[in-house]
Design a protein around this ligand. Structure first.
Ligand SMILES: C[S@@+](CC[C@H](N)C(=O)[O-])C[C@H]1O[C@@H](n2cnc3c(N)ncnc32)[C@H](O)[C@@H]1O
Length: 291
């Protein structure tokens, strides 16, 4: 169960979700028609230990990421969202934005992977031990970021705007913000606080990209909770409560934006939906708002 001030490393609690989604990206990116690729995902997953190497090398056929229902759907979800947020960043850079903030960066490799224009400064916020795993892995492999990358080791339920400013963030410069795979790990109140902070730090021209998920139906939660697998563990980490709709929240403050259902987005990418799995995919939306 979660508490208001819990913390974690890359293998425990919410930190382990960063590894899980990176593994999904690594596996999904192998498909010839994958809509995106994250060549750093495999590096992180391999560094996490032998059980993760087994997953990548086909020695863990029972792993949840490889099941024909949940696994296939989850991989499809992850790689589609990678594409959506890659495109968001590329468009922001093309529009002249040179300051980027990735909230709950986890094992996001965009600082190393996307063709950032010279002068782009990128901030990654996450728990200290998650950022340390990432830094150690990248340093050991000799990788250098393309953007000027700054780590801000912080809990996003605390005064992260202060830490971000102290890290060099310029509130007068337009910013591209990313909130991917985060909101369900925050209470609805913590989400509202996060949005307040993002809006307060956003100069005109700023943009925010968000993954949001509607609450799971009670029956789905009950069914998942009964198991003793990664599904029940995950359900115990999320706050499955009604929360502010991202697009409406920003629209109410004068921002403009669009929201697309993940399932529609996957179809728009020309992919066939894996419909055999749980209903989770249909609860997810991808949102872009601009000030
Ligand atoms: C599912 S992962 C997503 C990581 C990354 N955005 C991605 O999509 O690959 C969730 C991330 O949120 C981070 N996170 C969740 N709650 C947080 C909090 N209160 N403070 C800092 N980081 C948090 C976790 O450490 C983890 O890295």
């Amino acid at each position: 169960m979660r508490t208001d001030d819990d913390s974690w490393d890359i293998k425990t609690s919410v930190g382990s979700t960063a590894l899980f989604v990176a593994a999904a990206r690594a596996l999904a990116g192998r498909a010839p028609d994958a809509p995106a690729r994250d060549e750093f995902a495999e590096l992180f997953v391999r560094a996490a230990g032998p059980e993760w190497v087994d997953l990548l090398e086909g020695r863990a056929p029972e792993h949840p990421l490889l099941t024909p229902d949940f696994g296939a759907q989850f991989q499809q979800h992850q790689i589609a969202r990678t594409r959506y947020f890659d495109d968001f960043m590329t468009a922001a850079a093309a529009a002249g934005i040179r300051q980027v903030v990735i909230l709950a960066a986890g094992l996001d490799s965009r600082a190393y992977r996307l063709p950032w224009p010279d002068g782009t400064v990128l901030y990654e916020l996450d728990q200290p031990q998650v950022l340390a795993f990432k830094r150690n892995t990248l340093t050991a492999a000799g990788h250098k970021p393309i953007a000027e990358r700054h780590e801000v080791a912080v809990d996003l339920r605390e005064d992260w705007p202060k830490a971000l400013r102290e890290g060099g963030f310029d509130p007068d410069a337009a910013t591209a913000w990313l909130i991917e795979g985060l909101l369900i790990y925050l209470t609805p109140a913590a989400q509202d606080q996060l949005f307040d902070a993002v809006a307060a730090l956003s100069a005109p021209g700023s943009r925010v990209a968000i993954e949001q998920m509607d609450p799971l139906p009670a029956e789905a939660v009950a069914a998942m909770s009964e198991g003793d697998d990664s599904g029940s563990e995950w359900v115990s980490m999320i706050y499955n409560e009604p929360r502010t709709d991202s697009t409406e929240w920003f629209a109410g403050r004068g921002w403009t934006g669009q929201r697309v259902r993940l399932t529609d987005y996957i179809r728009d990418l020309g992919q066939t939906l894996h419909s055999a799995g749980p209903q989770q995919q249909s609860l997810i939306s991808l949102v872009t708002v601009t000030r």
